[in-house]
Design a protein around this ligand. Sequence first.
Ligand code: BG6
Length: 588
Amino acid sequence: MCGIFGYVGAPTDLGGAVLQALRRLEYRGYDSWGVAVGVNGHIDIEKQSGKISGATVAFPPSDIGFGHTRWATHGAVTRANAHPHLDCTGQLAVIHNGIVDNFRSLRDALLAAGHTFQSETDSEVIAHLLEDEIARGATLTDALALVFARLEGLNAIIAMDVRSRELVAAKTISPLVAGVGADGIAIASDALALVGHADRIVYLEDDQLVRLDKSGLTLYDRTSMRQIPPPFVPLDRDEGNTGLDGHPHYMAKEMAEQPAVLARLAHESETSIRGLAAAIQDSYGTFFVGCGTASYAALTGSYLFSRIAARHVNFVVGSEFKYHEHFITPESLVVALSQSGETADVIEAMHAARRRGARLGAIVNTEHSSLDRMVDLRVHLAAGPEQCVLSTKAYTAKVAVLLLAAHALAGTYDQGRDLVLRAADGLQRMLDDGWTAGVRDVARTIHRVEHLFVIGRGLAYPTALEAALKIKEVSYIHAEGFAGGELKHGVIALVAPGTPCVVYAPLDETRTDILSGAMELRSRGGYIIGISPEADPVFDVHLPTPDVGDAAPLVNALPAQMLGYHAALLRGNDPDKPRNLAKSVTVK
Ligand code: BG6
């Protein structure tokens, strides 16, 4: 996935404006970036490997241009593979977010026809295919409609031709939104990048194509090429609180925001959460779907509904849903959990569920996202923008929603609200200096290791999976989470003297068994990091957490978030933009 942005309008320092828009889209990938503007009938291009950071570009004023920030899928992280990509004439350029699944056969045919390629990317085939259609007399708009129909995969494309001075764009699943402002028209992967360029916007649907030129914005049905009146909505996205608020990193800021986010959810989201509980009540088979951190929140939800409401809820990882969908019926409810609301694996799963007639729900942070727009019911997390690639506050917010929904189903909502508020208080106490110093000490002890294990039982098992992911994503230590009972069935072979083992030991029915597991690890020389309301002699070091019953996952995430954060700093990593990752994954 990548971030793409384009603009046509009053002549301006367009290079700078495009770069600023790309900075807002960098959460979608930061392997390389590129900007191109049309000047006097030719295309000026600047592209570089690496993050945008303090980069600048110096182009003459221009009235048409676009840019791209990349998450590499096809072709190494090089300047040549950075977008935009040109056709052989050099007067047509393309930026692309997605994967052209059939690019090899297309590329071979283009090479055989005499085209010259400058990159290893799948994306460059689009530029040369457009070149051929235009050479056959097509307009850029018709050319894109023809070429898009030949591409397989999830794609969002913007093409620029400086001869006709227009941008045209089309998409499947990968998001695109266009907007009109006082000085011009713009298009981007996320409405956030249109702030300052547009006041009314239109979200492109899969079977649509849009042209942007001096005459304005024209929307088409891509198959019939019939014009469609754009269903504009006001752009109500503002940058929101996207500053660091005095924190050294977004990860630190967003960890610190968790108590307030939970308290607000407990006080302000009762109606939508009760709506979700009622839909689960009425469904014949409910499925929680999510990817990455969201999948662990979904798995925690299936444990919470069993414990609190004696209700079985299925859990499916987003990218595996299509291999599981066969028993989905019109009586089913499929609930997707997603911070961004744009994760392609989740959107695809929801399309598959829709095709089988299921009712769709979402627990989502980004309003107006593709997921938010396609479902029948939703709970907004209202956690504010999450800019660190690692998900922290959106994770605990999702778990809190599921805890409250389970209590709503059980008819004990007030009890659930009290638990979430106790967890919020407990988290606030954990965030004070004394407690965090304890975590920093543990990070100092373990930050040079290459392997680390995390175990938990029951409700703490999905917490152990999430904890391992947090440590992995940011410190690059190979951390693995296990169900405590699985240790003796193979995993314990990996433990050697000094191997750090994080053990979640809440004061519930799992404590005795998980402490035996910790004993087994210790007898193999494991270094036991106990996360629990109460200390135990088996722990080499104890990170205390408040006892908040079934809300334990809400307070048990922070120790792992914080441990990963400090280990990352000690290893010299960027906690907000870890290598090889991106915040929103819009490719399969
Ligand atoms: C990954 C993010 O790209 O996608 C993770 O790095 C996230 O933090 C996962 O958990 C799922 O994203 P979302 O937006 O669907 O919750």
